[in-house]
Design a protein around this ligand. Structure first.
Ligand code: PAF
Length: 283
C-alpha cells in the first residue's frame, strides 16, 4: 500500500478539494458516476499498480449531460456513503463528489470540446446514444481541470469511451496519462455494471448471451463468420450491434490490425454492453 493513511477524505466542494490537493504533488484520478462495485475497486487497484506512489482521487458525479434518456438519469443509483466506504477499503485517498453547479458553473451546455472521430464515426454507441460522447468528453475534460491529475484510469468495459478519451486527451494535449483496466466479470461471465441491479433473474440469464457470444466469436477466423456466430447466440435479444471492428478507430477491421468484438443489447429494462479482444490468428 502507498504511503498515505487508510482514511478517505470526502470533498463535496471544490474549496474542500483544493485544500486537500494543496498538499499533493501528483495524483491519479478514477472518474466514476458512483454506485460503486467490485469493478470500480479494480480500477482503484489498477491506479495503485500504475502509480503506487500517487494518491488516488475518485470522482463521484452522475453527469446529466451524457444520458440520452431522462429516465435512465433519474433512476441511476445514488449511494455516496457506501461509495466512500468502498473507496476507503480500496485505498483511495480522496473522494470528490461535486454538485452540478460546481462542475458546470456556466451551465450544462457550455464547454463541449471538439469530438474525436472515434466519438462520431463508428456507428456504435455514437449511433444508439446520440449526444453521449459530447457529455462524456465535456465532463471528463472538466473533471481533469478540477482534480488536476497526472494519470487517469478507465475501464475496458466501456471500450468506445476508452478510445474516445484517449483520442481527446491526445488531440487536446491534456497531458494526462490514460491507463486502461480490464473488465471485471461475475462468476457466470456477466460484465459488472452499476445497472445490473435492475436485471430480473430471467434477464440475467438472457444477459449471459453477451459474454457467450464474445467467447464464440473468438473461435472464428473471419469477421463475417464471427459476426454471424454472435448473431446466432444473441438471437432473441434486442441487439443494437454485435460487430468486429478495429480496436482503436472502431472502424472496419483490416488484416494485421488488433480487432475488438463489441456488443450492445437491451435485456429487460437494461441496456448491456460488452466487448473482447478479437484475434483471427488465435482461432
Ligand atoms: O464511465 C463512466 O462511469 C462515466 O462515463 C464517466 C467516465 C465517469 C464520465 O461521467
Amino acid at each position: 500500500m502507498a504511503g498515505y493513511a487508510p482514511v478517505v477524505e470526502v470533498c463535496s466542494t471544490m474549496s474542500a478539494y483544493d485544500r486537500w490537493r494543496l498538499g499533493v504533488e501528483r495524483c491519479v484520478v478514477v472518474p466514476t458516476m458512483g454506485a460503486l462495485h467490485r469493478g470500480h475497486a479494480s480500477l482503484m487497484e489498477a491506479a495503485r499498480r500504475a502509480r503506487p506512489e500517487w494518491p488516488i482521487v475518485v470522482t463521484v458525479f452522475v453527469n446529466p449531460t451524457q444520458f440520452s434518456e431522462a429516465a435512465d438519469f433519474e433512476r441511476y443509483p445514488k449511494t455516496l456513503d457506501a461509495d466512500a466506504a468502498l473507496c476507503r477499503d480500496a485505498g483511495a485517498a480522496c473522494v470528490l463528489a461535486p454538485s452540478a453547479a460546481e462542475v458546470y458553473p456556466r451551465g450544462p451546455l457550455a464547454g463541449v470540446p471538439p469530438l474525436p472521430a472515434v466519438a462520431t464515426r463508428p456507428g456504435l454507441e455514437d449511433r444508439f446514444r446520440p449526444g453521449h460522447f459530447a457529455g462524456v468528453c465535456q465532463v471528463v475534460r472538466r473533471l481533469f481541470e478540477m482534480t488536476r491529475p497526472h494519470a487517469a484510469i478507465f475501464g475496458e468495459k466501456d471500450w468506445q469511451q476508452l478510445q474516445v478519451i484517449r483520442a481527446m486527451v491526445r488531440e487536446l494535449d491534456l497531458g494526462v496519462e490514460i491507463v486502461a483496466s480490464p473488465t471485471v466479470r461475475e462468476a457466470d461471465g456477466l460484465a459488472m455494471s452499476s445497472r445490473n441491479r435492475f436485471l430480473t433473474a430471467e434477464d440475467r440469464t438472457h444477459g449471459l448471451a453477451l459474454s457467450r457470444a464474445l467467447r464464440e466469436a473468438s473461435q472464428e477466423r473471419t469477421v463475417a463468420r464471427a459476426e454471424e456466430r454472435m448473431a446466432v447466440v444473441l438471437s432473441g435479444l434486442d441487439v443494437e450491434y454485435a460487430v468486429i471492428r478495429d480496436a482503436e478507430s472502431l472502424e472496419a477491421w483490416r488484416e494485421g490490425r488488433p480487432g475488438r468484438a463489441l456488443i450492445a443489447a437491451r435485456v429487460g429494462s437494461v441496456r448491456l454492453i460488452d466487448n473482447a479482444a478479437w484475434h483471427p490468428r488465435d482461432a
